[in-house]
Design a protein around this ligand. Structure first.
Ligand code: ADP
Ligand code: MG
Length: 343
């Protein structure tokens, strides 16, 4: 056991605060990838290219064609609690962007070698800043047509205890791929690419939602999927839910989004399970991609730094709506349900 030394109360240095926060925000390369992709989407990008080396541990790079970061804000982008997305409590309560906490880049910068290259519209060339474990370099001129490139290298190089928790390259790549798919499913209108160790893994041109879902989850899923789009008051649920005949042993094709953000929510999961209950053998897992749209003022995404949890103002109404919408869609295949049971 460690020795507890009595010390006077003192404020922690900023880099240390970020390193502590990084434990929640950047658990592994995939969590940094999620944050970078969300930043690119918030910057209105239409094309996003990801390249990974060694499962994202050695290097993880996201290049976008978004609005970029003006030169005088580049250093601020890496500072803690610095964001261009909200400025007041009112903004927070109606937040429509994916980010708003202003801590992702600061967290990543504190536990890796992060570089940010960006060219905002109207600037004559790009600028680059490097942060090595929270130590910022001076701005340097760089070459870039437009948009931003964010590159994280050597995750946890300065926090060896954390580095030990990283898994093999293949496992970390798998998590990165999953994070990539989650984001790609949510924005079919945006083009995405992913390369790993120099070889192309995904190429997803901008397309319709159903086409994107098919490209990401496979043609078998697409063939078995029932489209759904239900409106109930201020709520809308749309997407694709596979017929019960296309069920899985594992939960590998379950995607739920609230206002475009991938979430894991017990209440929603319960409503979905209940809707499938009558038609699905209970040891099997349904497959679905569902988007819930709700007034941002009725949902709080600020429950956890990664924002994969949400809190609804009226959870029961959301539960009822999802159950009924999905139940209705599945009812059209009720006849095939009995043949599905012996699978
Ligand atoms: P947040 O997304 O919560 O604002 P981040 O730490 O992720 O916090 O990013 C800080 C700021 O850096 C953002 O508010 C945004 O202004 C800027 N930024 C980060 N990535 C990009 C990008 N790819 N394109 C344009 N601006 C970016
Ligand atoms: Mg962000």
């Amino acid at each position: 056991a460690g020795i507890i030394v009595a010390m006077p109360i003192q404020l922690l240095p900023d880099v240390l605060i970020s390193q502590i926060a990084a434990g929640e925000v950047v658990e592994r390369p995939a969590s940094a990838l999620k944050e970078f992709l969300e930043n690119s989407l918030d910057a209105q990008s239409t094309d996003i290219a990801v390249s990974l080396q060694q499962g994202g541990i050695k290097s993880l790079r996201v290049a976008d064609d978004g609005i970029g970061i003006p030169k005088e804000e580049l250093a601020l982008a890496l500072a803690r609690h610095a964001t261009s997305k909200i400025a007041s409590l009112e903004d927070l309560e109606n937040v429509a962007s994916l980010g708003f906490r202003g801590e992702a880049l600061a967290s990543v910068a504190s536990v890796s070698r992060l570089s940010l290259t960006s060219r905002a519209r109207g600037e004559r060339h790009a600028w680059r800043i490097d942060a090595d474990g929270g130590q910022y370099s001076a701005l340097q001129p760089a070459a870039l047509e437009g948009g931003s490139i964010v590159e994280m290298q050597d995750l946890y190089f300065n926090t060896p205890a954390r580095r030990k928790f990283l898994k093999t390259e293949a496992t970390e790549f798998g998590h990165c791929e999953e994070a990539f798919k989650r984001v790609a499913l949510s924005r079919p209108d945006v083009g995405f690419q992913l390369t790993h160790n120099g070889s192309a893994k995904w190429r997803l041109p901008s397309s319709e939602a159903s086409k994107r879902i098919g490209a990401v989850l496979g043609t078998e899923f697409a063939a078995a999927a029932l489209p759904l789009d239900e409106q109930g008051g201020a709520l809308r649920l749309w997407g694709m839910a596979a017929k019960p005949t296309f069920s899985r042993m594992g939960r590998d094709a379950q995607y739920v989004y609230v206002n475009g953000r991938f979430v894991r929510d017990k209440l929603i999961a319960h409503a979905i399970r209940q809707a499938y209950q009558d038609v699905l053998h209970h040891e099997r897992h349904p497959a679905f991609v569902l988007f819930l749209e709700i007034d941002p003022a009725l949902v709080d995404a600020n429950v956890h730094p990664t924002k994969t949890e949400v809190r609804f103002r009226d959870g029961q109404a959301v539960h009822r709506f999802i159950f009924h919408s999905l139940h209705k869609a599945l009812a059209t295949t009720a006849g095939t349900a009995t043949t599905a049971a012996p699978l």
